[in-house]
Design a binder for this molecule. Structure first.
Ligand code: ADP
Ligand code: MP5
Length: 260
């Protein structure tokens, strides 16, 4: 069986973070591994507390997995601060990690800062060069490029700017667009528009985590990057269409909608 590692924060509410990533890997029948960067006290209403994991424990989780197993893909989510980012970058380099999907998680849907603003520069410096693909949402792409993004044309310009910053490929997610959510993929040579219908659901907690993990699972299975992003878009669309009315706030998507 193929394996995928998620390096991310724990969401006690189960809809985002490590929990969403492992469920997604399982839905793709890829064996999931995890290195937890932070523990959040979180539910569908918000994030109430965060405890970051010590950098040496994060490094130990990553090292012991690579020492023991072949890891077919890596997804990176919440990375909190500069020290943690440097630690993850060094660990991935010394273990020659491949198929790295970097989701530059900055702010939760409920408005909590999951990345310290001063750490964005380090994220660009240390993790962008290791990423096979970066998956920012509109707000994150605006933060990274310093430009406003209002429509698919702006998304293409932003994708070119981000590619020039040293990532091999980028898919800018359009879930926050006013119009139908189109995601724009760019790998330095061609663009791909991943079109979707707007699904009128309040339960979209963890959509970005689920999408990036689905890309990692497809890469672990040996699919090409364009195939992986296309299949991940199909999967997240189905997961939102079948999303779950669990909790009082923004509920989770249904990771196992293909099975039950
Ligand atoms: N209401 C929606 N209807 C259809 N697709 C959506 C909707 N919300 C998000 N998506 C899709 O889910 C994926 C995650 O996007 P987004 O919600 O923008 O990420 P994030 O969780 O990082 O903010 C993208 O493929 C996006 O197009
Ligand atoms: C641990 C963790 N990682 C990522 C997210 C982002 O997910 P969302 O944007 O849906 O709040 C989150 N809320 N919690």
């Amino acid at each position: 069986m193929k394996t995928a590692l998620t390096i991310a924060g724990s969401d006690s509410g189960g809809g985002a973070g490590i929990q969403a990533d492992l469920k997604t890997f399982a839905a793709f029948q890829v064996f999931g591994l995890s290195a937890i960067t932070a523990i959040t006290a979180q539910n569908t209403m918000g994030v109430f507390a965060v405890q970051e994991v010590k950098p040496e424990i994060i490094a130990a989780q990553i090292d012991c997995l690579f020492e023991d197993m072949d890891i077919d893909a890596v997804k990176i989510g919440m990375v909190s601060d500069t020290e943690i980012i440097k630690t993850i970058s060094a660990a991935l380099k010394r273990n020659n990690a491949g198929n790295v999907v970097l989701d530059p998680v900055m702010i939760s849907k409920s408005g909590y800062k999951l990345l310290k603003p001063e750490a964005i520069e380090e994220l660009i410096r240390s993790l962008f060069p290791l990423a096979g693909v970066l998956t920012p949402n509109l707000v994150e792409a605006e933060e990274i490029t310093g430009q406003k993004i209002k429509n698919p044309d702006d998304m293409q310009t932003a994708a070119e700017k981000i590619h020039a910053m040293g990532v091999k490929a980028v898919v800018i997610k359009g879930g926050h667009l006013k119009s139908s959510p189109v995601d724009v993929f760019y790998d330095g040579s061609s663009f791909l528009s991943l079109r979707g219908e707007f699904i009128n659901s309040k339960n979209t907690h963890g959509t970005g985590c689920t999408f990036s993990s689905a890309i990692a699972a497809c890469l672990a299975q040996g699919k090409s990057l364009p195939e992986a992003v296309t299949e991940a878009k199909e999967y997240i669309t189905g997961a939102i269409q079948n999303s779950l009315d669990i909790g009082k706030g923004v509920g989770p998507t249904h990771h196992f909608y293909k099975f039950y």
